[in-house]
Design a protein around this ligand. Sequence first.
Ligand code: SF4
Length: 374
Amino acid sequence: MTNNTTLLSQQEIFDLFKEKYSGYSPDFELWIKAGQVEKLNRLVREKKAVILKHNYMSWDLQCDEVLGIRGDSLELSRKATETDADLILFLGVKFMAETAKVLNPTKTVLIPSLKAGCSLASSITGADVRKLKAMFPGVPVVAYVNTDADTKSEVDVCCASGNARKVVEWALKEWKTNTVIFLPDKFLAQNVARDMGADIFFPDTSASAESNIRHCEEQRDVAISLHKGSPNILFIAWEGKCEVHEKFTPKDAIELRKDFPGVYIMAHPECPPEVIAEVDFAGSTGEMIKNIEKQDVQDRPVAFFTECAMVEMLAAKHKNVLQVCSIQKRCPHMAQNNLETVIEALENMQYEITVPEGLRAKAELPIRRMIAIK
Ligand code: SF4
């Protein structure tokens, strides 16, 4: 449904839910959810809002019956620059809503729960980036979009999982160098570095401040000596991890292949490299969703190593998608979004995202650079 279509009644939504999602909830629950969706859509229309919903939302939020635009981080960042609505309700986690606010300083941006954080975003701060820049002066800094505005305000360019390699290549060319600081996701850094045949170094950032010149110099010397004589690109990386994707193991892939011969496994590149080595395809949520339409995938059982709400949604559309309890992982931050908290967000205009203007202005350039790199 788009914001211009005629609103569906509770009965019409219920009928569609029964057709598509009857395996997920009994009828009485589908009826309640249909009523909540009708109410939510009415509020969206009344408040002239746009809902941006991440692919990791539960099926009753990311379904087509809820007004709004669905996508991954990169797609939603692009959509956030295109909307003319004055009110954006972001169904995702805080760094995503903050990104929308940075790009739309005059608009009101809401998130249903302030508890919707992210283990990657909280693994690093702007002060940490300053420390890295003091260790490796003149080296471009690429930050995964899963970072707070404070961190983004210190970096040169952001990237998403879907364009990380292209962004790194762009930064190396612009800065005319073969070294890049890539943060904060350890596994994404290792996966992109491996793709590019690059070396990787994790500096010791335990010394407390960027003003600790001796420590900074020592770390720079260690990196130089390890990389000496190598023609490869060098990634200086950080040890952040996604608390969901770090849990997948190579054993998950091996056992799936035993039980489901011919299974096609897709994984998000926030998974450890030894997991990525065992799967058939690695990509962003948007890329994985597109990939499932490919002819050679359609005839095989398909498994995903990513947040399970997306898998649940895909299983409703594609009968070959496997839902295996032991390997399903739910992000507790994404789970803060549900029909109740989302309706309350619009009813009470909560929780508004604010970013101090000095920080916002500095964080905008790296995000805009990411959006411009196709
Ligand atoms: S799935 Fe991982 S990266 Fe995404 S919000 Fe949750 S903790 Fe952060």
